[in-house]
Design a protein around this ligand. Structure first.
Ligand code: GDG
Length: 465
């Protein structure tokens, strides 16, 4: 079997992969099984922004990382990736920074990553590139003569044609993607939007799961990412820290129903709308007061981007308002925490919460929805309230599916969840959990790598544009 090379913006952790979550575990497992190289940014910003990789051996796998210079970090990471592609691909054109400097920096850094990796490659390596930080990476590698099989997986949504067209360099970007052999998306909807762009905007043609355009052919398919469902369920039910957290939360609730939300603090996650919906529940159904408790964990991310600072202020204001207006000396309606929680404790927290509230305005997949279900007690499971705009909704129809913009609709869904019978909860849980098990993270990884291997077998070596 050929060596696997994984390319992602951040590398690792390897030692503590189980603490970091399913994706790290899945990649580490595959890298260990085949012997592999994990390559990306070191997370360090260094004046010199070195042009060579730091190599570390971690058992049977190798880690290779590169530092970024301050200007590269600003233009590639904070700039084009997080202030342009992230908002645009999540339909927030209003927050998108269309700055040519960012685009040029992104291209330069993608080329630098390719230049540093190229001499480390072996002729029969299989290369798997992850996410929106590296849209241009495959094309840069091809220009350097790389002939290996290269697959790309996009973790975030692919936007509608008209939205993508707002990006000044959209055509060059999509053309660059055709350097890959397989392009994987989270959902069939993302594939449809990509095909629509290629056929109507770039005048390509489709043939099953193949797309022909720019003189090249790529395989385009949905590979919905999963979690380690069985491992997570086991952790929630029997890990010492998880059980401790579960018991602590349960006793602090004193019989109240807990609603839980867990998100990276990001404007795509719809946290403000969720706070409004919770307030609407307390308003429209006064009997819920003192009977429910909402815990929102929102860990700060990308704190040096202005839009994130503004959102934080808005959420601080809203949570203060809800607690001020509805709280009582012995009841805090909303507990809003910005500190991260250990993964094991998180599993116990999910299990102690009768309602999981996952209402992003747009999300590639959303792993929290899957973790919440996997953590439930099969005999007496909680209810998932899930946004229709999360990729996860296509695999999780037995959740209560909501429109996160419809504040009243979400409040009503919470009320339905509160009163759902145990039998209905169990039926929904069994259907959801069955699918989580068969479509877990190992399935996702193996499915993608098999698709890439199939193409490699039949492939004519691509030419560069
Ligand atoms: C991108 C896409 C796609 C959160 N708070 C804590 C904590 N978390 C963990 C969760 C979950 C992960 O972070 C978040 O994953 P999501 O899928 O919800 O969201 P993104 O970070 O936006 O991820 C997304 C994903 O890539 C994978 O393809 O699903 O659509 O946007 O695992 O549990 N973990 C711990 N403490 C916390 O406080 N330990």
């Amino acid at each position: 079997m050929s060596r696997l090379v994984v390319v992602s913006n951040r590398v690792g952790p390897v030692k503590d992969a189980a603490r970091a979550g399913g994706l790290a575990v899945a990649l580490v497992d595959a890298l260990k099984a085949r012997g592999g190289l994990w390559y990306g940014w070191s997370g360090k910003v260094d004046e010199r922004g070195n042009d060579s990789a730091k190599i570390e051996e971690a058992g049977s796998l190798t880690l290779a990382t590169v530092d970024l210079a301050p200007e590269e970090h600003e233009e590639y990471y904070n700039g084009f990736a997080n202030r342009c592609l992230w908002p645009l691909f999540h339909y927030r054109i209003d927050l998108t920074a269309f700055d040519r400097r960012y685009y040029e920096g992104y291209r330069r850094v993608n080329a630098k990553f390719a230049r540093v990796l190229h001499p480390l490659l072996k002729p029969d390596d299989t290369i798997w590139v992850h996410d929106y930080h590296f849209l241009a990476f495959g094309n840069e590698l091809r220009h350097m003569g790389a002939e290996q099989s290269i697959g790309f997986f996009l973790h975030i949504p692919f936007p509608a044609r008209e939205v993508l067209a707002a990006l000044p360099h959209h055509d060059a970007m999509v053309r660059g993607l055709f350097a890959y052999d397989v392009i994987g998306f989270q959902t069939e909807r993302d594939c449809e939007r990509f095909r629509d762009y290629v056929v109507r905007e770039a005048h390509g043609s489709e043939d099953g799961d193949k797309l022909h355009c720019f003189g090249r052919t790529v395989t385009v398919r949905a590979f919905p990412i999963g979690i380690d469902s069985e491992g997570f369920a086991k952790m929630a039910a029997s890990d010492k820290d998880a059980c401790k957290q579960h018991d602590k939360v349960t006793s602090s609730l004193a019989g109240r129903t807990q609603i839980v939300g867990v998100d990276r603090l990001d404007y795509t996650k719809g946290i403000a709308e969720r706070f409004h919906a919770y307030e609407r529940l307390l308003q429209d159904y006064p009997e819920t007061r003192r009977e429910v408790s909402y815990l929102q964990i929102a860990v700060t991310s990308r704190g040096d981007v202005q839009e994130y600072r503004e959102m934080r202020e808005e959420l601080d204001g809203l949570s203060g308002h809800i607690n001020g207006a509805y709280g009582e000396f012995d009841w805090t309606p909303l507990r809003y925490l910005n500190r991260p929680m250990a993964r094991r404790s998180l599993a116990g927290l999910y299990r102690a919460s009768k309602i999981g509230l996952v209402t992003p305005l747009r999300d590639g997949m959303n792993l929290v929805a899957k973790e919440y279900v996997a953590a439930q007690d099969p005999e007496d499971p909680g209810v998932l309230v899930l946004s229709r705009f999360a990729g996860a909704s296509y695999q999780m129809a037995e959740a209560i599916i909501v429109n996160p913009y419809d504040i009243k609709g979400v409040a009503d869904a919470l009320q339905i969840a509160r009163y759902m019978s145990q039998q209905e909860r169990r039926e929904r849980f069994e259907a959801l959990m069955g699918r989580l098990k068969s479509e877990d993270v190992a399935h996702w990884r193996d499915d993608f790598l098999t698709a890439l291997a199939d193409v490699a077998e039949r492939r004519i070596r691509p030419t560069v544009s």
